[in-house]
Design a protein around this ligand. Structure first.
Ligand code: DLL
Length: 435
């Protein structure tokens, strides 16, 4: 179902006009109310009058995660505190978290973004949405919750973790929709299949909305088969509100971005110039309706491309290709660029292996080492190195041909790789780049 046809199916011309008006208003507010943006625009010698339409967006300064950390916690907020009704933050691995604050309208806009994604995947009143994203400062739990509420669906706020209880409730309550990270969905699927208390055949699941981390088509196939669902990608980031910046439609052929709310650009991360239409690069967003903390040209670090062809579903909203990875997740091993998602893509081509993996990179004798821990399916597990080698050989060749470097593949015992309830951690880089 199309939740808001006015915006999701707007003509490109009308969309540009809408975006132009909203950009001008956002820039004016930022210039007048945010010392940070006034300073940045003054440095570039521009004022709000220089922004006449969305075509002028490239004149504006970028905002980076670094800027947000410098302005921690509320430096970018442009409304008085009594208009703020919610605060979220993304954990981040180092230093202070990135904070987003919301007015009532911001929460409403955000819920609509998620509702559009869930409606595109068939969710409606009467559905029961089990929200197994973490509730808390992380935007996943409450974001999915509010989106489901907007559609009049039942919200089942289980949060992440307590896997045995989750699957019991899933069966007993008749959950129809699951929302969680793709890695936690894998863990739930595994727990269901290993359980003698519940059975997927007794469940009513029909759809899943998975995001917050990169995942692959191989993983989608696996989740759809194991959970008897259609698995949809949902994208978002704290800086723009949270999940629901975009999501897939029934054709599962790219993530529609809600361009009336967030203006997307793709830039070359080296030159910072826009790439040619359809080329890969770094995704940049400008919020077009955020009230409490508007953000101009935020560099997401996510690498993808935009597809402006019309989608079969009738939506005109631009589509984004799967996120290849984050530029800061990219490993350079022996001079070769490696994205963890490439390893996952290889792994899911071999059904003998579980889709779990862990990469350890180190440097020994001035050379990078690249260890890849994998698991065989429990029923195929063997400790015999020769038998293991039979399984490992084709996987090794595939990784060498796809990624271009040779991993040292180690087969761990079943459950040897830690299962995640939120965003999975796939990499340990032990190299010391300070030396
Ligand atoms: O992860 C918001 C979210 C929650 C999205 C639940 C979807 C579902 P952050 O913690 O700020 O917010 O992390 C944002 O996660 O820049 C991407 O690198 C990554 N990410 C989010 N969704 C996807 C996705 C939430 N569908 C960062 N595919 C983003 C790939 C994703 N990466």
């Amino acid at each position: 179902m199309i939740y808001n046809a006015k915006y999701e199916c707007m003509s490109r011309e009308d969309m540009r006009a809408l975006q132009s008006g909203r950009l001008k208003a956002t820039v004016k507010t930022c210039y007048e109310k945010s010392p940070f943006y006034k300073r940045k625009m003054d440095e570039l010698g521009i004022t709000p009058d220089d922004i006449k339409s969305i075509d002028d967006i490239a004149k504006l300064p970028f905002t980076t995660k670094h800027d947000l950390r410098d302005e921690y916690p509320f430096g970018l907020q442009v409304v008085p505190q009594d208009q703020v009704v919610r605060i979220h933050a993304s954990s981040g691995t180092t230093g202070k978290p990135v904070v987003d604050t919301y007015t009532k309208n911001d929460i409403d806009m955000w819920a609509e973004g998620v509702a559009r994604v869930m409606a595109a995947g068939g969710v409606k009143a009467g559905d029961m949405v089990q929200v197994s994203y973490g509730y808390g400062l992380f935007t996943g739990g409450l974001g999915a919750h509010d989106g489901a509420a907007k559609l009049g669906a039942v919200q089942l706020p289980t949060s992440a973790g307590k896997t045995e209880k989750q699957i019991m409730l899933m069966q007993d309550f008749g959950t129809t929709v699951l929302a969680c990270t793709p890695s936690y969905a894998m863990r739930l699927a595994e727990a269901i299949h290993n359980s003698d208390q519940v059975s997927i055949d007794k469940m009513k699941l029909k759809a899943g909305f998975f995001g917050a981390e990169p995942w692959t088509e191989g993983m989608r196939k696996e989740l759809e088969e194991k959970l008897h669902i259609k698995a949809y990608d949902i994208y978002g980031l704290t800086e723009m509100c949270g999940p629901g910046v975009g999501g897939e439609c029934e054709y599962q052929d790219g993530t529609h971005l809600w361009e009336d709310m967030f203006f997307p650009e793709i830039i070359n991360p080296e030159t910072l110039q826009p790439v040619a239409p359809g080329e890969f690069g770094e995704l940049v967003f400008t919020s077009l309706c955020k009230e409490a903390m508007p953000i101009i040209r935020y560099r997401t670090r996510d690498l993808t491309r935009l597809i402006y062809d019309k989608c079969k579903c009738g939506r005109t909203a631009v589509r984004m290709d799967r996120i290849l990875g984050r530029s800061d997740d990219m490993l350079i091993i022996r001079g070769v660029n490696v994205f963890p998602s490439q390893i996952e893509a290889c792994l899911t081509e071999f059904p003998a292996f579980q889709p779990y993996y862990f990469i350890t990179v180190d440097r020994k004798n001035n050379e990078d080492t690249f260890d890849l821990d994998v698991e065989l399916r429990a029923d195929l597990y063997t400790a015999d190195p020769q038998k293991q080698a039979e399984y490992v050989k084709p996987l090794f060749s595939q990784i060498v041909s796809m990624v271009g470097i040779k991993p040292n593949i180690r087969v761990l015992e079943p459950f040897g790789i830690e299962r995640s309830t939120g965003k999975a951690k796939h990499v340990l880089d032990k190299r010391d780049f300070s030396k």
